[in-house]
Write a protein of this length. Structure first.
Length: 159
C-alpha cells in the first residue's frame, strides 16, 4: 500500500484553491493500487486533502496531535467538518500529548512524514510561523529523503 501524507497552511487564499485541489486530485486519484492518506484534519490544507483522498477511494488515517485537539476548531462548521472526516477514517492515531502545543503539532507532522512514501505540502515556501508549522515539516521530510510535492500558486501569500 502506498502512503501519501499532507502538511499545509490553515489559511489558503481562495484564488489558490482550485490549483491546490487539482494537484491533490492528480496525486491521489492518479495512483494505481491501494492508497493510505495521512492527515491531522486541521482546517485548511489537511481537511481539503482528506476530502480529496476520500473522493479518490483512499483509506484515511487521522493523526490527532493531542487530547484537546477539538478545542482548536473555532467555528462550529470547522469542528463539524473535522468530526465528519474523522468518522470516515479507517484508522485513528492519537498522540499522547494532553494539550495542543507547538510540540504536539510538530510530533503529528513528523509522524506523518515518517510513515508516508510521499508528502504533499500546501506551502508558500516561507518559514514556519511557529514550531511545527508547514516549513518545519517540509524540512523534516526532506531531511529524511522523502519526496515532497509543493502545491502553491506562485505570487500568492497565505492568509
Amino acid at each position: 500500500m502506498k502512503r501519501i501524507g499532507v502538511t499545509g497552511h490553515r489559511g489558503i487564499p481562495p484564488e489558490a484553491l482550485a490549483h491546490i485541489r487539482a494537484g491533490m486530485h492528480a496525486a491521489l486519484c492518479g495512483h494505481r493500487g491501494s492508497l493510505e492518506a495521512l492527515s491531522s484534519l486541521a482546517v485548511g490544507a489537511d481537511q481539503l486533502f482528506a476530502d480529496v483522498a476520500l473522493a479518490c477511494g483512499a483509506e484515511l488515517t487521522v493523526v490527532i496531535p493531542s487530547g484537546d485537539y477539538e478545542r482548536g476548531f473555532v467555528r462550529p462548521d470547522e469542528l463539524a467538518h473535522y468530526r465528519r472526516l474523522k468518522s470516515l477514517a479507517t484508522r485513528e492515531i492519537q498522540l499522547s500529548f494532553p494539550t495542543s502545543t507547538d510540540e504536539a503539532y510538530y510530533a503529528a507532522g513528523a509522524y506523518i512524514a515518517d510513515r508516508c512514501d510521499r508528502l504533499l505540502a500546501v506551502w508558500d515556501g516561507r518559514p514556519a510561523r511557529g514550531h511545527g508549522g508547514t516549513g518545519d515539516i517540509v524540512r523534516y521530510a526532506r531531511d529524511l529523503g522523502k519526496p515532497v510535492t509543493v502545491l502553491w500558486r506562485e505570487g500568492l501569500e497565505r492568509d
